[in-house]
Design a protein around this ligand. Structure first.
Ligand SMILES: Nc1nc2c(c(=O)[nH]1)N[C@H]1C(S)=C(S)[C@@H](COP(=O)(O)OP(=O)(O)OC[C@H]3O[C@@H](n4cnc5c(N)ncnc54)[C@H](O)[C@@H]3O)O[C@H]1N2
Ligand code: MOO
Ligand SMILES: [Mg+2]
Length: 410
């Protein structure tokens, strides 16, 4: 078991782990946010026929070669078609069909002139200028052609993808299943949110924060409740949880105190400990292990430490299990709005609020930073990595921040 490792090494160890995804079939509207697990090929052209992009008249381009403002060509109107209907007539020389946007171009026509550029009666239409053949005609298959791979495996399904699948008449698709995240809070001091606070006790906030984080990144979160600092009790709960979960996240008991049992619990349920403790503040006490292909994360009990280590280590695993190819947070250049003078011998993630002003990003910092303080995480959207033994940082310094809620893009 490795211990006291750097953030980079911890990430490298996690990066190397085998990711066992599973594929499920779901209905179209349920699929938003999932990752497609199959290539989608079209068996139709979209549009399926040449159609008009305008309300106007369809006719033969060669009939209007001499049309001019003062010498319009008059064509005989032989039919009128709306979208959804097909004319049974074929256009001959000197003829036109009145056509609405979206209707199929009638036989014989190779051009459409919009209403506004014509003069018309029920019987005929005057054309005032020539249009080249194929003008104002949307070609069959312009959007999608038969055989096109319209959506590839790995694509994240969102509104546009749902529309594309609908246009192909696909109502069920194969996607990567949501990773199942089981969350256990450990600590004799904990009471749940609906319980009375007695002396020496505190409320379990971690389970709720973590369930919300897991859901945000596409996990299916299940809160297992509170467990005493008792190895046997924790073992029983986690053994049961492993029947369901792909990822187990515990909070508390990850450090070196008398009641810090998690490393032993992971070991006793048959887990293989990958590492214990990192050189990262907050959240240095962390136990990370595997149980078969399942992941075990024992995060610190301190609420901000649990939050930040979840974002650093658990989030990428959830995203990878969900089939996502991108799982790093977006990093941007910013300018510090407040001083951060503390220098420590470990890397430290500092919470902040990053915003844009006149084309430049700025990051403001809260007053409270300790790993036991959750309140100052509210409204924060970014993390500033203060490398070990660097600083003090001053207002106006150029820094890089990771945006907590955005994944990296190309
Ligand atoms: N001798 C040392 N002591 C400590 C060290 C160390 O290196 N040597 N590390 C400190 C650091 S850093 C941290 S972080 C904490 C981590 O502690 P644990 O992971 O063992 O967590 P607990 O001791 O169980 O709890 C810490 C803190 O968090 C509160 N807590 C716990 N669970 C919850 C919850 N579900 N919701 C809200 N708050 C929770 C708990 O009451 C404690 O106040 O260890 C230091 N000690
Ligand atoms: O690493 Mo602990 O989370 O500071 O306080
Ligand atoms: Mg402890």
């Amino acid at each position: 078991m490795k211990t006291n490792i750097s953030i980079e090494e911890a990430n490298r160890i996690l990066e190397e782990q085998y990711i066992e995804t599973s594929i499920i079939e779901i209905s179209l509207l349920e699929s938003q946010g999932y990752v497609l697990a199959e290539n989608i090929k079209s068996n139709i052209n979209i549009p399926p026929f040449n159609r008009s992009p305008l309300d106007g008249y369809a006719y033969k381009s060669e009939d209007t070669l001499n049309a001019a403002k003062d010498f319009p060509t008059t064509l005989k109107v032989i039919d009128s078609i709306q979208a959804g209907y097909v004319s049974t007539k074929s256009i001959g020389n000197g003829e036109a069909i009145r056509i609405m946007t979206g209707a199929k171009i009638p036989e014989g026509a190779n051009v459409v002139m919009k209403y506004e550029d014509t003069e018309f009666t029920d019987k005929d239409v005057k054309i005032f200028h020539h249009l080249e053949p194929e003008s104002n005609i949307v070609k069959k298959g312009e959007d999608i052609k038969v055989g096109d791979v319209v959506l590839s495996k790995g694509v994240i399904i969102d509104s546009a993808e749902i529309g594309i699948l609908a246009s192909l008449g696909i109502s069920r698709i194969k996607v990567y299943a949501k990773p199942k995240v089981a969350i256990l809070a450990t600590g004799d001091e904990l009471v749940d949110i609906y319980e009375e606070l007695k002396e020496g006790k505190i409320r379990n906030s971690n389970s709720y924060t973590i369930a919300a984080q897991a859901k945000r990144w596409g996990g299916d979160a299940r809160i297992l409740g509170i467990c005493k600092d008792n190895i046997e009790e924790a073992k029983k709960i986690l053994e049961e949880a492993l029947k369901w979960a792909n990822i187990v996240v515990t909070t508390g008991g990850a450090s070196v105190g008398d009641a810090d049992i998690i490393k032993e619990v992971f070991h006793e349920i048959g887990g293989n400990i990958l590492f214990w403790k990192t050189q990262m503040k907050p959240g240095s006490p962390i136990v990370v292990g595997k149980h078969g292909n399942k992941f075990l994360f024992g995060l610190s009990g301190n609420p901000a430490a649990a939050f930040i280590t979840f974002e650093q280590f658990v989030r990428p695993i959830i995203l990878r299990l969900a089939g996502k190819e991108k799982y790093d947070l977006m990093e941007i250049d910013s300018i510090l709005e407040d001083d951060f003078i503390k220098i420590s011998n470990q890397d430290r993630y500092v919470r902040g609020y990053t915003y844009k002003k006149n084309g430049q990003y700025y990051t403001s910092l809260p007053n409270k930073h300790s790993s036991g303080v959750l309140s100052s995480l509210s409204g924060k959207n970014s993390l500033f990595l203060v490398k070990a033994n660097t600083g003090p940082y001053k207002k106006g310094d150029k820094i890089k921040v990771e945006l907590i809620n955005y994944l990296e893009v190309e």
